[in-house]
Design a protein around this ligand. Structure first.
Ligand code: GDP
Length: 223
């Protein structure tokens, strides 16, 4: 990590990393669950959403990001209610108040058709009509890279022209050379996608790798 104020590899300055650390050390609170659009909170603050295949490590990453043990609950039941979960981040002098949005996981091997349909409608409606949504962070398992099940949401994001960034999870589970490989492959894919941020961030909720940068990526997204 650079100590002289020059940008880090990921393009984040030490100042932004520190501002992001302080922001997430402040209050973060569950606001509400929205099973359909009429339950969405008023669009009065910026939002950054997290999406990913079920079991990709989304709950663990949200907990690591916010330094809370049980902010986001693990939920691996295929028939489970599909909903968007909203969390208020208080902000401070360095960052305005904003919201984190935990989007419903996708890609259950045995998901009933109506669950898939509900997911598709909810996510599509949210993505297309939400002006305050600044960016979606799409989580990809470091062991697998982008899978076919991820392509649907990437396509939806490109079509809705919602800015998104690919984040690799569980980086501690792969060797350094394999991580470099999957990062390069994922970046190559991202560069071909119109709404994707060209840079990939590797994270681990276990070891803490990339968590300060992920916090900075959230702050950067809300501008
Ligand atoms: P979700 O379904 O996307 O919310 O995924 P979870 O956060 O529940 O994680 C799924 C499984 O992966 C759990 O067994 C976690 O303990 C494990 N896991 C999540 N993140 C990491 C990580 O960074 N490293 C390792 N080694 N395991 C992880």
């Amino acid at each position: 990590m650079s100590e002289d104020g020059t940008p880090l590899d990921e393009g984040f300055t030490p100042e932004l990393i520190e501002a992001a650390r302080r922001t997430f050390a402040g209050p973060v609170a569950f606001l509400k669950s929205a099973p359909s659009l009429k339950f969405l909170p008023d669009p009065d603050v910026p939002e950054v959403a997290f999406a990913g295949r079920s079991n990709v490590g989304k709950s663990s990453l949200l907990n690591a990001l916010t330094g809370r043990n049980a902010l986001a609950r693990t939920s691996n039941t295929p028939g489970r209610t599909q909903e968007l979960n909203f969390f208020d981040v208080a902000g401070n002098g360095e960052a305005p108040a904003f919201r984190l949005v935990d989007m419903p996981g996708y890609g259950f091997a045995k998901a009933p058709k109506d669950v898939v349909r509900t997911w598709r409608y909810l996510v599509n409606d949210y993505l297309r009509g939400r002006d305050v949504l600044k960016r979606v962070l799409v989580l990809i398992d470091s062991r697998h890279g982008i899978k076919d099940v991820d392509r649907e949401i990437l396509g939806m994001l490109d079509k809705a022209a919602v800015s998104y960034r690919l984040i690799l999870t569980k980086a501690d589970k792969v060797k350094a050379t394999d991580l470099a490989d999957v990062m390069a492959r994922t970046a190559e894919d991202a560069r071909k996608r119109p709404a994707a941020h060209p840079d990939i961030l590797a994270t681990s909720s276990e070891g803490g790798l990339g968590i300060p940068e992920l916090r900075a990526a959230v702050l950067e997204a809300i501008g």
